[in-house]
Design a binder for this molecule. Sequence first.
Ligand code: 5GP
Length: 262
Amino acid sequence: MKKGKKIYEGKAKIIFATNDKNFAIQHFKDDATAFNNQKKASINGKGILNNRISEHILSNLNQIGIKNHLVKRLNMREQLVKFVEIIPIEFIVRNVATGSLCKRLGIEDGTILDKPLFEFCLKDDKLNDPLISKEHIFEFKWATKKEIEKIEKYLERINDFMVGMFRGVGIKLVDFKVEFGRYNNKGKIEIILADEISPDTCRLWDIKTEKKLDKDRFRKNLGNLIQAYQDVARRLGIFHEQTNIRPFKLLEPTAVKIKKSK
Ligand code: 5GP
């Protein structure tokens, strides 16, 4: 498969076309952004770790029947993926209240939720990814009822699987965000899990100490992000020295720019 032109560049990834229209190459960058691009940095090695961690989680999900876009990891930073039309919705699953949920509704940080809470946000940076309801999704035809029903079943199973997987290695899965896409499988449109699942897209707390092992280390200026991501990879049994990340150098953002909000 030959790598073609850049089709899309997001905050943490680039999607390249290939010579087969059904496949694309997903490239993981070291860039980190938060607060809708107001805080930016490049964190040496983050892309390599997210590539490995996401590959691990998506291949495990595939084994339990959650269809997803991953075909195979190609190298340190790239994966061959099925080319999908991304549904413009961020699907958030929460097990513990934190982050925007607490800010929005005044719920106490760390409150354990009785059952997983699903939230839908419109994928639109200009609008700050606003929270939307299912009625909005159907009214504006961002997805059909059938698609959302299927996705909700997937969300439940993805959450069950990941809660167990992380619990087994001493990590609490607090919440996560996933994206789905429409894949044209020989004329039949299938809904499949796309994008990535990594410490960039999940909140992961150490079960005993509640130490944050995810992107909140960047958002909240806690430092040592790479060590935390390495810790996640190591606990999942996928960290290996070949990744060539120097763990004790260039650990912190090499450039942090904070724009004042208007
Ligand atoms: P919150 O809504 O509390 O900020 O985020 C909930 C969960 O979804 C967190 O795990 C967070 O990392 C993830 N999440 C929400 N929006 C985004 C986003 O735009 N990018 C990434 N990488 N993760 C997000």
